[in-house]
Design a binder for this molecule. Sequence first.
Ligand SMILES: *[C@@H]1O[C@H](CO)[C@@H](O)[C@H](O)[C@H]1NC(C)=O
Ligand SMILES: *[C@@H]1O[C@H](CO)[C@@H](O)[C@H](O)[C@H]1NC(C)=O
Ligand SMILES: *[C@@H]1O[C@H](CO)[C@@H](O)[C@H](O)[C@H]1NC(C)=O
Ligand SMILES: *[C@@H]1O[C@H](CO)[C@@H](O)[C@H](O)[C@H]1NC(C)=O
Length: 463
Amino acid sequence: MRSILAIFCVWICFGVDASTPSAGCSKIPEVENAEVSQSSRKSNYTDGDKLEYNCKTGYASLLKITFNCTKNKWTKLRDGKCSLKRCELPEDIPNGRYIIVSGRSFVFGTTIKYICKDDYQMMSRFDTRTCREGGWDNQLPVCEEVSCVPDNTEENVRVEGLPDNEGLIRYGHRLTFSCIDYGWILQGPNEITCLSNGQWSSPFPKCEGETCPLNTTVEDLKMERFPNIDGPVKPGHKLIFSCNREGLKLKGQKEITCQSNGEWNSPFPKCEEVMCVANLTVNMRSDVTKDGHPVPEVSVRPGHTITLLCVGRGVKLQGEKKITCLSDGQWGNPFPKCLGGKCGTPPRVNSADTIEMTKNEYNSGERVEYTCFNKYILDQSHPYSKYLTCEDGEWRGNIKCLQPCSVSLEEMDERGIQLRWRGREKIFSPHGDRIEFSCKKGKSSIGLIQTCNDGVMNLPLCV
Ligand SMILES: *[C@@H]1O[C@H](CO)[C@@H](O)[C@H](O)[C@H]1NC(C)=O
Ligand SMILES: *[C@@H]1O[C@H](CO)[C@@H](O)[C@H](O)[C@H]1NC(C)=O
Ligand SMILES: *[C@@H]1O[C@H](CO)[C@@H](O)[C@H](O)[C@H]1NC(C)=O
Ligand SMILES: *[C@@H]1O[C@H](CO)[C@@H](O)[C@H](O)[C@H]1NC(C)=O
């Protein structure tokens, strides 16, 4: 076996060598992780020429690798070797440590990452370092204790739990919030916590509230604010009113409160002229006239005196006939009355007649009954009844006849309707009657059943 190899070598080894006689050194030797330096590159090498090698990026050799061309062969002069460069052992940082993310043994290309210990946070922009040609890149990262930075709060927000002297707000620290003014509502949580990443558990809350409109130009009205401060009127604030001169009376609420929806709980009051008022009965007249006619409603200013008299047969005035209006809007004496006396014939009432023959004279307490014309219905709901009563010379009570409804054929044709059960026929129905319509062939409508209401009936429209 060994002899066969020897023969092989004689043929191959010497055969190769023999093919390049005295032509200098040819094939440049391969060196792992290295390449021939630019300065020793040539097209032909002859005896005595040197080949110098440089290590590839990231590699280094302790000895310079050099070959010498000796008798047409390259001879290694020094036993250099390019091996991966190594960075220095990475530095430790206070409050953190590093782990290897990629690579090994801190050789060229290795990346390490720094991690802060609990309750500390990375303050540097880069938390990794990579072993490069010139050593570790990036600055050594810095870990600082976790702390949250407080936001600015508005004036109306009260914050509790802020440290004195701008001390650190550490992880887990709590702040509580409330609104300084009553009526304002906290928008957001009333408590927030500093988280382990140095952020707050939620944004700082605000105090917000509606404001009520303040009209300071209401005529003759004097208002006081409570609390007595300037600025917007917030919920809970009050206004207290009075009138700004004699002879005026406040009408409406004296005190109103701003509600949380920004509206007053009651409208602004008004200041009105103080007046004495009275409604005169039918059998009474006063010297207060309007356009020369006596008026049933008397309304006079304080200080004014009016004179009253009674009308009608035998009607007598009870009380003072001259009466004065006082500054508080009250009459100086009890208002007089017209009593006694007889009534004349009862009045005519629209669409109604008395049941009995009427007399020329009636005593107090006597009454007459009315009845409505055909197809009219007597309304007996309050304040109406079927009687008028003679009281102190005047007829009192109310009679009302509810009107029937009438609908002509033309009106029905216009709306394309007819009576459901009777066909083409005009309508004259008393109050309260239910009328059922139908549409002419091929049409339809809603509300085909209608009720007559005091002469009014809504007619359907067929389309
Ligand atoms: C290089 O070698 C070639 C033949 O291998 C020869 O022709 C040429 O002249 C040589 N050049 C130099 C500069 O020696
Ligand atoms: C390099 O080779 C030349 C020619 O063969 C020889 O004279 C010289 O001594 C060698 N140099 C070294 C340092 O071996
Ligand atoms: C304020 O009062 C004046 C005078 O009474 C009135 O003309 C005006 O409309 C009121 N404005 C509001 C906002 O209520
Ligand atoms: C007078 O009558 C009117 C209605 O006609 C009424 O509104 C008013 O309150 C009455 N006044 C008094 C003092 O009774």
